[in-house]
Design a protein. Structure first.
Length: 202
């Protein structure tokens, strides 16, 4: 069973995803998390502390779910590309709320310098991990490649959230060749022969 802080932050992410930043109140989080009124205020005295906690929780989830999956296949020396595709699909299907909440937070950061700094630090952590993954695929400039690959994925996910499709199989059919192309465009990156062939035949 998750601890109370985790319950609160997971509830807050769902509130943001469903109601936007305007809907993020301590009372709304208490209701979403199914905890006694006043619990969120006890753990996060201010709204800004709650928002910063949401960003920290997103990073925890990134590394706890996707990070663990990527490391497992990378250490086994197989399936990194397939794992990246699966993760990208999940971000707009089963884990959709996290992606929507992340976009809401990023939009709010345009007018909130303090939140912007928190998000930039979190983003640097994620990009650093992405660079490590790309290094395992042979990238000769993994930091630059991470920027380009993540930017492509963000565009794909945002477009999918707005325009669809919703079916996971259709999302995968759209994401797989696009991700393959952007990866193969990176200096030094090599993918299995069947992946490379399918990418350019799509």
């Amino acid at each position: 069973m998750p601890d109370r802080r985790t319950q609160i932050l997971d509830g807050a992410l769902h509130v943001i995803a469903e109601h936007g930043m305007r809907g993020l109140t301590h009372r709304a989080v208490d209701a979403a998390a199914g905890i006694p009124q006043g619990s969120t205020s006890y753990y996060f005295r201010s709204r800004s502390a709650l928002v910063a906690g949401c960003v920290e929780r997103l990073v925890e989830l990134d590394f706890g779910i996707e990070g663990r999956a990527i490391r497992a296949v990378a250490e086994a020396g197989r399936g990194v590309f397939d794992a990246l595709v699966d993760i990208s699909v999940s971000r707009v299907t089963t884990q959709r709320y996290r992606t929507v909440a992340r976009y809401e937070l990023n939009l709010a950061a345009l007018r909130d310098p303090q939140l912007r700094e928190v998000l930039l630090r979190a983003g640097d952590t994620v990009r650093g991990f992405a660079a490590e993954v790309l290094r395992t695929l042979g990238a000769t400039d993994p930091a630059r490649s991470a920027e380009e690959v993540l930017a492509t994925l963000e565009g794909l996910m945002f477009t999918t959230l707005i325009r669809g499709p919703r079916d996971p199989g259709e999302v995968e059919a759209r994401f797989r060749p696009a991700l393959g192309r952007v990866l193969l465009a990176q200096p030094g990156v090599a993918l299995p022969g069947d992946v490379a062939r399918d990418t350019f035949e799509s």
